[in-house]
Design a protein around this ligand. Structure first.
Ligand SMILES: C[S@@+](CC[C@H](N)C(=O)[O-])C[C@H]1O[C@@H](n2cnc3c(N)ncnc32)[C@H](O)[C@@H]1O
Length: 299
């Protein structure tokens, strides 16, 4: 609690502000998420559900829980509640067109020659992004599974990863699939029953590995990636976290590999020595090493 907090009378508004500050500080420290005060109603709406599930009285008790020594596992649920998981099949379709037209004609022969091809969907949410990549890949390269090609799909949120692994999606979510893809890449659900959604085909699941990973934590992956999709993720991070990530992505991407960002994300000019823009929010990893990071601002 800050001195300013202690000096204020304990009205409902000050209590709520204090609770919001606690939650926002955890979101920033644990996941790099920046939550501005105007998002307080959204934060309370999301934690209210969790408070009910846990049988707690109010947000005050919830804050005591997450701050307490037993709060570690609850903090994971909290981060899960606070993340924005909006996603979609073939979202920002121009990236998939670029993949099909500009990248696969190079990657397919390399894979056929026995090269190891690695693709990373960082912040994959419930799976449409890595499955869309897998669909385009299999469409261009039917035997992809017989070669050393894998798509790693990671997210901090264990709940969305469960949805991703199950690979079952509602009809509306599947609407953006290109012509013929529904028939080719979806299967009738294993379980019978009306309203049971279709499931992505096993050939897609075999190409994609889902893993829980906080982008702020050390990355356990060995080797570099040919393609990194990190779209609509860093937009929720503060400036220092973004700068750290650009530098780490430069280290994780092969020379000649590509980095894809979301529509409102841009790599700062200081990183254009390491990544050259080649299409909308699409960057080519050049041989230059990543630039020195500017000094961090004191917070
Ligand atoms: C808006 S979704 C984007 C999904 C997908 N990339 C797309 O563009 O459709 C953002 C995802 O980033 C994940 N995320 C947020 N903070 C993260 C972190 N620190 N580490 C890993 N994933 C994180 C969230 O859980 C969420 O699923």
């Amino acid at each position: 609690m800050t001195i300013a907090h202690r000096l204020q009378p304990d009205t409902r508004a000050t209590r709520e502000r204090r609770q919001f500050d606690i939650i926002a500080a955890i979101a920033r420290a644990d996941a790099g998420l920046m939550i501005p005060p105007e998002k307080a109603p959204m934060v309370f709406a999301r934690i209210t559900k969790r408070i009910r599930q846990l049988g707690l009285a109010d947000a005050e008790q919830y804050c005591a829980l997450v701050l307490g020594s037993d709060g570690t596992s609850e903090r994971r649920h909290l981060i899960s509640a606070l993340t924005t998981n909006v996603t979609g099949f073939f979202r920002e379709r121009h990236h998939f067109d670029f993949l099909r037209r500009q990248i696969l004609p190079d990657i397919v022969p390399r894979a056929k020659r026995g090269e190891r091809i690695r693709i990373w969907s960082a912040g994959c949410s419930s799976g449409p992004e890595p499955y869309s990549i897998a669909m385009v890949l299999l469409d261009a390269f039917q035997d992809a599974r017989d070669y050393d090609i894998r798509i790693l799909a990671t997210d901090i949120d264990a709940e969305v990863l469960d949805v991703a692994r199950a690979g079952r999606y509602g009809i509306e979510q599947l609407a953006p699939l290109p012509d013929g893809y529904q028939k080719r890449f979806l299967r009738a659900p294993h379980t019978d029953g009306p309203g049971c959604p279709p499931e992505v085909a096993p050939e897609l699941k075999q190409l994609v590995r889902f893993k829980e990973l906080n982008l702020l934590a050390p990355w356990p992956m060995r080797g570099t990636f040919d393609l990194i999709f990190c779209r609509n993720v860093v937009i929720y991070f503060d400036q220092d976290t973004q700068m750290d990530l650009w530098s780490r992505f430069a280290g994780a991407c092969k020379t000649g590999g590509h980095l894809f960002l979301g529509h409102s994300e841009r790599l700062p000019q200081t990183f254009h020595g390491a990544f050259r823009p080649v299409a909308t929010t699409t960057y080519l990893r050049t041989p230059a090493s990543p630039p020195e990071q500017p000094p961090r601002k004191e917070s």
